[in-house]
Design a protein around this ligand. Structure first.
Ligand SMILES: Nc1c(NC[C@H](O)[C@H](O)[C@H](O)CO)[nH]c(=O)[nH]c1=O
Ligand SMILES: CC(=O)[C@@H](O)COP(=O)(O)O
Length: 155
């Protein structure tokens, strides 16, 4: 991860977090990690809107709506897709990843991807604030970097 420790208070417009309730024991920690990182980098709490959706599958629809609102400087997606007994896991993750990438390529603002895809709950917990870091935090930092880069490229 980038060593930049400054702030991004020059960011114009609020930030949206779209997060799934499915596997909430994991995703609530991803949101906390994201919120903490945004605060550390100088983003006001009032400039961060959190949208909870039922599962990762609903992230695409909601992100599209938020893009159409033209209200946000950037959007991050957070979720936890954990392998079960069937191929449901693969269907969800392939389609959500594809949908987010498609939107990202066409959007005027950046979207970052913080949806964990793990073999089991233990791996997901480790990546949501335990030994393997917090994917919410790194996704938030990536979003700030991309918003700044986007501003630079648009000048
Ligand atoms: N299995 C997981 C899901 N499944 C639920 C779907 O995302 C969706 O909400 C449902 O099919 C209704 O449309 N969601 C996750 O976020 N994580 C999973 O592991
Ligand atoms: C909606 C489904 O197909 C669901 O039963 C998935 O089961 P699993 O997570 O065990 O693959």
């Amino acid at each position: 991860m980038n060593e930049y420790k400054g702030n991004y208070t020059n960011i114009h417009g609020p930030i949206a977090i779209v997060v799934s309730k499915f596997n909430e024991i994991v995703t609530k920690n991803l949101v906390l990690g994201a919120q903490e990182t945004l605060k550390q980098f100088g983003i006001k709490e009032s400039d961060v809107d959190v949208f909870w959706v039922p599962g990762a599958f609903e992230i695409g629809f909601t992100t599209q709506k938020l893009l159409n609102s033209n209200k946000y400087a950037g959007i991050m997606s957070l979720g936890a897709v954990i392998k079960g007994e069937t191929d449901h896991y693969s269907m969800i993750i392939q389609n959500v990843t594809g949908a987010i990438m498609q939107m990202n390529l066409q959007a005027k603002i950046p979207i970052t991807f913080g949806i964990l895809t793990t073999e089991n709950i233990e791996q997901a917990l480790q990546r949501s604030g335990l030994k393997a870091g917090n994917e919410g935090s790194s996704t938030a930092q990536s979003l700030l970097e991309m918003i700044s880069l986007n501003d630079q490229l648009n000048k």
